[in-house]
Ligand binder design. Structure first.
Ligand SMILES: *Cc1c(COP(=O)(O)O)cnc(C)c1O
Length: 426
């Protein structure tokens, strides 16, 4: 890609963008360039009305009848009880998953716990969880907690950040039960080859558990075709499901009925409303559910997922990469000598939908940028992270963001005391 040399050239690219119309589906705060959709996605315009209807009509009027689907001849019933699997079915195409393998429930952390335990139970003679030192901390914490709970017999073995597919293939020995990785690194945006690593894991007799928090809704996925065994991911990032939206989980059909969730709550029972004293696992994906689904959160997430319907995922990927290339090209040409080094893979095919820069003063620079209306984020210790959400970002937004970054650096305003203090959420 040749990098546009002016703001006008970016506007020309936007005018020719086949996805440009999607931007109107979202509420974007005025005067902001929001490059943090990978941390908290924006509000779809349809969400407030949908939630108001769920609250006023389904909850306010329908009350308990809303749990069931409407029966013929009855107006009552909103189908709440089916929402975890119904929303999972709507999400499945974005994951490249056939029917009956995706559910929406709990948080990513909790889903990791459930699915990691299930995967380990399928390889009882093996004792190693293979992962990456730079994996998202909750993934490592969950593995550590589960290991302690299982009596300390297992080991979490970590390869350094940036380890290659060949490094993983070499580390997949006969002790490895599960390869547990983030498909796209939250920190660098580096993307693993899900297909070849799944094949390498299987060749070694291990299973795979993929964290798709920074993949779902941002990069094309083909979980079935690529041979994934288990996967989890967030609803509130690229899926625009709202703060704390329920997460999703994928259990390949071949493992359903083979392993049982350690959180054997009643929603995973074969017949929750039979109220039997003994747990009897559901034979299908419902077994991975635990308790009563959070209907308000699920309703908002469903609207977020609807925004992808009819969107060509190849076009989405092409635009995400074009925005990333534009950011790299502009920062490297306009901010050369200002101390930024690319922390994401330069090769587009190995990048998710974000571009990260390493800079020793990343924290105050990020704060100064936010004060100018360009919202990226900081990841300790020295990463400035820009998420490019192709559904609603334009080339001109990237241009404007780099222009503001240029001004922050040349003015030196990031040195001001007000940009130095750290907040609790970064
Ligand atoms: C954001 C993120 C999470 C967050 O997990 P929660 O349980 O939703 O807090 C987990 N894993 C990865 C890779 C993430 O990027």
């Amino acid at each position: 890609m040749t990098i546009p040399s002016s703001r006008e050239a970016c506007l020309v690219l936007d005018a020719a963008d086949p996805l440009a119309g999607l931007r109107a589906r979202f509420h974007l705060p005025a005067g902001q360039v929001y490059l943090d959709g990978n941390s908290l996605g924006v509000l779809p315009r349809a969400t407030p009305d949908r939630l108001a209807r769920v609250i006023r009509e389904e909850w306010g009027e329908g009350l308990i009848a809303s749990w069931n689907s409407p029966t013929p001849g009855s107006a009552a019933g909103a189908g709440w009880v089916d929402a975890p699997l119904r929303v999972g079915e709507r999400l499945a195409p974005l994951l490249g998953a056939g029917p009956g393998q995706v559910a929406v429930a709990d948080s990513t952390s909790v889903n990791l716990y459930k699915l990691l335990a299930m995967a380990l139970s399928l390889r009882p003679e093996r004792r190693v969880i293979l992962s990456e030192a730079d994996n998202f901390p909750t993934d490592l914490y969950i593995a550590q907690g589960l290991i302690a709970q299982l009596g300390g017999r297992h080991e979490l073995r970590l390869l350094p950040a940036g380890a290659s597919s060949a490094d993983y293939a070499a580390a997949l020995d006969a002790e490895v039960a599960v390869l547990m990785l983030s498909h796209v690194s939250y920190r660098s945006g580096a993307m693993h080859d899900l297909r070849s690593l799944s094949a390498a894991a299987h060749a070694a007799g291990a299973l795979t558990l993929w964290d798709l928090a920074h993949s779902a809704g941002a990069v094309p996925l083909a979980l079935d075709a690529d041979g994934a065994d288990f996967a989890v991911g967030c609803g509130y990032k690229y899926l625009n499901g709202g703060p704390g939206a329920p997460a999703f989980l994928y259990v390949a059909r071949r493992w359903q009925g083979q392993a049982t969730s350690p959180l054997s709550g009643w929603f995973g029972h074969a017949q929750p409303f039979a109220f039997e004293p003994d747990y009897r696992p559901a034979p299908d994906i419902a077994q991975a559910l635990c308790g009563t689904p959070p209907i308000l959160g699920l309703s908002a997430l469903e609207v977020g997922i609807e925004q992808f319907e009819g969107v060509d995922l190849a076009q989405l990927r092409a635009k995400s990469l074009a925005l990333g290339e534009l950011c790299i090209g502009l920062v490297e040409s306009r901010l050369a000598g200002q101390g930024f080094s690319l922390a994401s893979p330069r090769e587009a095919a190995r990048r998710g939908s974000q571009v990260c820069w390493r800079h020793p003063e990343a924290w105050p620079i990020c704060q100064a940028l936010i004060a100018r209306g360009v919202v990226g984020d900081f990841r300790a210790p020295d990463i400035l992270r820009f998420g490019f959400t192709p559904l609603y970002l334009r080339h001109v937004d990237v241009w404007d963001a780099v222009e503001q970054l240029d001004q922050v650096m040349t003015s030196g305003e990031w040195r001001q005391a007000r940009f130095q203090a750290r907040s609790k959420v970064t």
